[in-house]
Design a protein around this ligand. Structure first.
Ligand code: AMP
Ligand code: MG
Length: 298
């Protein structure tokens, strides 16, 4: 499929999977409530979980929100296009289905050139969650998307994702700003622009889902095979993934490879997959968050 064909589908209210630098997204015209509803149906995602809106320009972002503070401008100039989602008060024309009924909308400008081309050719902002079934592993290749949905979803192949885990999500709708989901952008770099960040309030899952009871989406990003965060042997047949061996020892490289390695281990029919816990230093925050949720039994 070409970018032009994918853009034509988006314009006609269809859903298309496309590559971003974080993970593959399941995209639809963000301003078309019917098209966005189809994303939830395909994913099996609860309506209480808001979608991120992908834009091609800062002007496109500003048209979705009622305020664009100095901090948003500074963060966007520094990190867009890139893996940072900004949550701001939404304009009334942004459908409630996109934001799960919240008065705010999460927006980012993806850095993958093909994603930017797709948004520009579609002429509209594109709402997209990760292109996997709800709670399962995120896709970082076109094949992962095909494995999840078969032929039922058209996929624009943009190669493997370079960042490899989901974006950092930052709410600028609160004072101070709140880090809703850690990603690969270092927290101290963000704080140099925003000042000290607040933690998500009780009742939020830590993934910015205030409609969900705490912990409801704790289970997330999961392989089918039970995932353990240690290197001790377990009963049955399994695989131990160690830093500097099966997985890179550097945070960026580890993130870029993580879901790919988990997808392929998951396909082997093991009884368990064990991962050596990464260092407790800030550059691993986003990775530790995803691994904790991938290993969660609750
Ligand atoms: P995913 O599409 O799986 O990357 O998840 C999107 C995530 O973005 C949600 O789980 C929230 O953490 C966050 N998000 C998107 N929109 C909003 C919003 N309006 N308010 C708070 N968090 C949001
Ligand atoms: Mg997801």
């Amino acid at each position: 499929m070409t970018v032009g064909e994918a853009a034509a589908l988006i314009r006609s209210g269809d859903v298309v999977a496309f590559a971003t630098e974080t993970v593959y997204g399941l995209g639809a015209n963000a301003l078309d409530a019917g098209a966005v509803r189809r994303i939830y149906a395909i994913k099996g995602r609860p309506a209480s979980s808001p979608l991120i809106v992908h834009v091609g320009t800062i002007d496109m972002a500003r048209a979705l929100v009622t305020e664009w503070p100095q901090t948003a401008q500074r963060l966007a100039s520094r990190y867009w296009p890139g893996p940072l989602t900004l949550v701001l008060p939404k304009q009334p024309h942004v459908p409630d289905v996109v934001t799960a009924g919240l008065p705010t909308v999460g927006i980012r400008m993806p850095a993958h050139p093909q994603a930017l081309e797709l948004i520009r050719a579609s002429g509209c902002p594109i709402a997209a969650p990760s292109a996997n079934r709800f709670t399962q592993l995120s896709p970082t290749t076109a094949q992962h998307v095909r494995d999840a949905f078969g032929g039922s979803v058209p996929v624009l192949d943009g190669g493997p994702c370079s960042v490899g885990i989901e974006s950092t999500v930052l709410s600028l709708a609160t004072t101070p700003a709140t880090l809703l989901r850690p990603g690969m952008i270092p927290r101290d770099e963000i704080e140099a622009i925003t000042g000290p960040l607040a933690e998500p309030a009780a009742g939020q899952s830590g993934h910015g889902e205030p409609h969900a009871s705490p912990g409801l989406h704790e289970r997330h990003y999961q392989p089918r095979t039970p995932l353990l965060l240690d290197t001790t042997p377990h009963p049955g047949r399994g695989i131990v993934l160690r830093l500097g061996h099966e997985l890179p020892a550097g945070a960026r490289e580890f993130a870029a490879r993580l879901y790919e390695v988990l997808h392929s281990a998951d396909a082997q029919g093991y009884d368990w997959i064990a991962i050596e816990p990464p260092p407790r230093t800030p550059e691993w925050d986003g990775i530790r968050d995803r691994l904790r949720r991938a290993a969660s039994k609750s």
